[in-house]
Design a protein around this ligand. Structure first.
Ligand code: HEM
Ligand code: HEM
Ligand code: NAG
Ligand code: NAG
Ligand code: NAG
Length: 496
């Protein structure tokens, strides 16, 4: 990115030609920092300090597109006293929050510092508002009472190179009335120094929020009516965007949106146990990676450092569920390989899986919300609904196909012997139902839990197609078993 050289203008403010001065006191002290990119003003911070009271009068403005603007006193985030401004809930006013920095993490709101909006300056009609109906410039125009000292530092009012930091938020939708709101990480930040002797009134109580200092400014003034004065050009300006939240989202969504549903369908539809296990394992690894990234991200924000947010709690539950699911799958399979029979463990695995998938998918939506990424909500919701429909559709199809194959009418339970012959039912032309005992009994199918739908690859040994022989499980002898015909080797699992 190319930065237009920041203009340092020691403007002769007494310049002639100003028709109305809007109550501007051109003798009052002030410093101005106007950060521009390609000639466009991105960030303005103007300062007037009253030494005797420690009051800090400031104007801070920049495009609301960047959701928040911040100034910090100090050379780095660590130990800096910061003032952060962002749009209020209704998007029209400005919330101003005093915070202390402790390192490369979100600064924490600190009480004991009073911010008072100044609304009666005629040159600031949009004081503490967001202009253009909430779409333009966010303007902080206030006084911070007794703010020159804080627990970890102070403003050196004699320093002609007092270090300061500034930052702008990312282009997200973030609004809050709360001074403690968790702000997203900056998309642009940098440092500059201020000549405090230009900004400070050392004698008395008088201060005011610096006025526009461009002599021919157009009324009402916007954030470009401020010319840099009493500050040095910015340095260490960076636009590093944190890739971590995106990496977290990509890994998690890859697992829950693509891999887990695919793996479930492979099992349901194709009955490929190995494929199923492989795909779900890759998904599991992706989730582990996403979780590792999340640990790194979580420590940066006040909202997430305690792991108490809904998104994180649900995420941890899902994670635990995945571990259980993996264990169940492995145990079931190892038993199944030996017994060739569905297991209760497989049954739990079968029902737990979709529940975890659903929770994980929901948590993705919660996550986008958590990250102030509201524009993702609707597209993501559509994707989730599509996945549910596909899974339900394919699952339903599969169940139906199996039932078709399996569900022969003669296997229906016998109706009541006299059904259809009772008085009052004569109007109905019901086919006469066979009475019990009239026909040879159907092949015996024991109501074991091992023979539900989905049992179609092999004919059950209990349902020989030949004539009924009164063999009951109790009378089986070893020979019976060893004499059974060799069924084609059955490779894939029955999960339920
Ligand atoms: C959610 C809140 C914030 C987080 C998570 C955060 C995180 C970070 C991180 C990780 C860095 C190191 C450089 C990088 O990797 O990008 C950094 C640097 C920086 N941040 Fe922040 N920051 C936050 C808020 C702020 C605010 C409010 C300001 C200004 C008032 C600010 C000003 C700076 C500056 C000037 C630097 C470069 C100097 C330094 O390393 O301290 N940050 N921040
Ligand atoms: C089912 C598991 C999970 C899914 C599907 C998931 C998904 C997501 C998604 C989609 C985002 C939005 C990212 C963005 O828009 O930049 C997000 C944000 C986040 N997730 Fe997760 N997540 C899961 C579990 C977790 C866990 C266990 C933690 C615990 C540390 C966590 C911590 C976070 C944090 C701190 C953010 C906010 C990042 C930011 O504000 O930039 N997530 N998650
Ligand atoms: C604005 O109001 C403050 C107190 O509320 C007062 O001290 C100050 O003189 C007023 N300024 C103007 C220009 O009226
Ligand atoms: C300003 O704050 C300091 C502590 O930081 C305190 O000792 C002092 O009394 C305060 N002054 C005023 C005028 O409130
Ligand atoms: C400093 O404050 C006093 C009143 O306390 C005021 O008379 C004077 O004009 C102020 N000086 C500047 C340069 O603002």
């Amino acid at each position: 990115m190319r930065f237009a050289g920041a203009t340092i203008l020691a403007l002769p403010l007494w310049i002639a030609g100003i028709e109305a001065n809007y109550g501007i006191d051109y003798d009052a002290k002030a410093s101005y920092f106007n950060f521009q990119v390609n000639g466009n003003s991105l960030y303005v911070f103007a300062l007037n300090v009253v030494a005797d009271t420690g009051d800090i009068y400031f104007h801070m403005s920049g495009p609301v597109l960047h959701t928040w603007l911040g100034i910090g006193f100090g050379s780095s985030m660590k130990d800096a006293f910061m003032i952060v401004a962002y749009p209020s809930d209704n998007g029209l006013d400005t919330t101003i929050s005093t915070r202390l920095g402790s390192g490369h993490t979100e600064p924490v709101w600190t009480s004991g510092y009073e911010i008072q909006g100044v609304f009666n300056d005629t040159y600031a009609p949009n004081a503490n508002k967001v202009t253009d109906d909430g779409t333009g410039v966010i303007i902080a125009h206030s006084v911070c009472r007794n703010c020159t000292k804080w627990p970890t530092g102070s403003l050196d009012l004699e320093n002609i190179q007092q270090p300061m930091i500034f930052a702008l938020g990312p282009q997200k939708q973030f609004r809050s009335d709360s001074v403690e709101a968790s702000i997203p990480r900056h998309a642009l930040y940098g440092q500059f120094t201020t000549d405090m002797t230009k900004a400070t009134n050392y004698s008395g109580w008088y201060g005011r929020v610096p006025a526009p200092n461009v002599p021919d400014f157009v009324f009402p003034p916007d954030d470009t009516a401020f010319a840099t004065f009493g500050t040095a050009p910015p340095y260490n300006v960076d636009t590093m965007n944190n890739p971590m939240p995106t990496a977290h989202a990509v890994l998690m969504c890859f697992a829950f949106v693509i891999l887990f549903p695919a793996g479930a369908l492979v099992m349901q539809f194709l009955k490929k146990t190995l494929w199923h296990a492989a795909i779900q394992s890759i998904g599991f690894v992706a989730v582990l990676g996403g979780f590792g990234v999340a640990i790194n991200v979580a420590r940066q924000y006040n909202k997430s450092k305690n792991y108490s947010s809904g998104h994180q709690v649900l995420g941890l539950i899902v994670l635990a569920g995945l571990f259980i699911q993996l264990g169940l799958g492995l145990v079931h399979h190892s038993i199944y390989v030996r017994t060739k029979k569905p297991t209760p463990i497989g049954r739990i695995h079968f029902f737990l899986g979709p529940s975890i998938m659903l929770l994980g998918l929901i948590n993705g939506g919660v996550g986008f919300n958590f990250a102030h990424n509201h524009r993702m909500t609707i597209p993501y919701a559509i994707v989730v609904v599509a996945i549910i429909l596909v899974c339900a559709g394919v699952g339903g199809c599969v169940a139906l196909c199996r039932n078709r194959r399996k569900y022969k009418p003669e296997r229906e339970p016998y109706p009541h012997p006299n059904f259809g012959q009772q008085p009052g039912y004569t109007d109905y032309e019901l086919p006469r139902q066979p009475t019990f005992g009239e026909q040879p009994p159907e092949p015996y199918e024991p109501p074991t839990p091992y023979s539900p739908i989905g049992h179609f690859e092999i004919e059950s040994p209990y349902t020989p197609s030949s004539a009924y022989t009164p063999v009951t499980p109790k009378t089986w002898r070893k020979e019976d078993i060893t004499n059974w015909p060799q069924w084609p080797h059955h490779k894939e699992d029955e999960w339920r």
